[in-house]
Design a protein around this ligand. Structure first.
Ligand code: CP
Length: 308
């Protein structure tokens, strides 16, 4: 695997392989010295044109735990502000001698474009509304560990919220359905994609009728600009119909998991008490993200050897 650009580039067996590899790296991250020399002498750059807390720090931590050198690029403090193009920026960085480029960009397709320009491996850390493949993988690892079952066949997952603008939803639906889960989408009509042709999902508009049946509730962040853009009547209305409030959480099966990719809007799509409850996997998702990104860097940079 030279690049990781989208979940639909991966077969079920390849996803399974990455999940197993991530388990090995979880073991590494739990050691007293959570570091191995697998990528010593290699350089990983995080090239972020959009804000991030989890993904950037997670990739940088992953690279360091594999003993790679790291470089960090932020658009707002770069020569992009002087008019330099994306192509010139990427070629400048590659000329410094990098082996992997981790890209986040607001435009769908940006990571694919960068991969066409460089010899380095490229990992998509989120491109517009399109894909966020490592988020989908870390969600699967988290589910597998929490559920304590071998596979995902027949697992019932509801994804709630702004599906239309969400790269997390697109990658997540592909990953979950490839692995055999049954996915239902619940969202206001204005926050569903214009076409769901080819999406392996069921759509429902009544969250309260769906919740008692599901094994996993996956919440998406309500992007505040959608309120300003009149796609939602009001925050209060959204929470009353689609938010996981304390009252709604009480109607879930006792073992239903509640997931969120972060950043969360507490009190909007998820009540603070629910976010901090034992059913919530939010901090486990972040912790597992480091191991998943170690697995992805290790695979794309072709280390190929044993995990020491
Ligand atoms: N989940 C996620 O991608 O978070 P960040 O935007 O903080 O990286």
């Amino acid at each position: 695997m030279k690049h990781l650009l989208a979940i639909d580039d991966l077969s079920r067996a390849e996803i399974d392989g990455l999940l197993d590899l991530s388990e090995s790296f979880i073991e590494v991250t739990q050691r007293d010295i959570p570091k191995i020399p697998a990528l010593r002498g290699r350089t990983v750059v995080t090239l972020f044109f959009e804000e991030s807390t989890r993904t950037r720090l997670s990739f940088e931590t992953a690279a360091k735990r594999l003993s790679a050198d790291t470089m960090s690029f932020s658009a707002s403090t770069s020569s992009l502000t002087k008019g330099e193009s994306l192509l010139d920026t990427v070629q400048t960085i590659e000329a410094m001698g990098v082996d992997a480029i981790v890209v986040r960009h607001p435009c769908a397709g940006a990571a694919h474009r960068v991969a066409q320009w460089v010899d380095a491996s490229v990992v998509n850390a989120g491109d517009g509304r399109h894909q966020h493949p490592t988020q989908a993988l870390l969600d699967l690892v988290t589910l597998r560990r929490r559920l304590g079952r071998g596979g995902f066949d027949g697992l019932r997952v509801v994804i709630v919220g702004d599906i239309r603008h969400s790269r997390v939803a697109r990658s997540g639906v592909q990953a979950l359905s490839t692995m055999g889960a049954e996915v239902t989408l619940v969202a206001p009509p204005t926050l569903l994609p214009e076409s769901l042709e080819g999406w392996p999902v069921v759509v429902d508009d009544d969250l309260d009728s769906v919740l008692p049946e599901v094994d996993v509730v996956y919440l998406l962040r309500i992007q505040r600009e959608r309120l300003a853009g009149a796609l939602l009547p009001s925050q209060r209305e959204y929470t009353s119909r689609y938010g996981i409030t304390v009252e709604r959480a009480a109607r879930l099966k006792p073992d239903t998991l509640i997931m969120h990719p972060g950043p969360m809007n507490r009190g909007v799509e998820i009540a603070a008490e629910v976010a901090d409850s034992p059913a919530s996997t939010v901090t486990e998702q972040v912790a597992n993200g480091v191991a998943v990104r170690m697995a992805v860097l290790w695979s794309t940079l072709g280390s190929g050897g044993q995990i020491a």
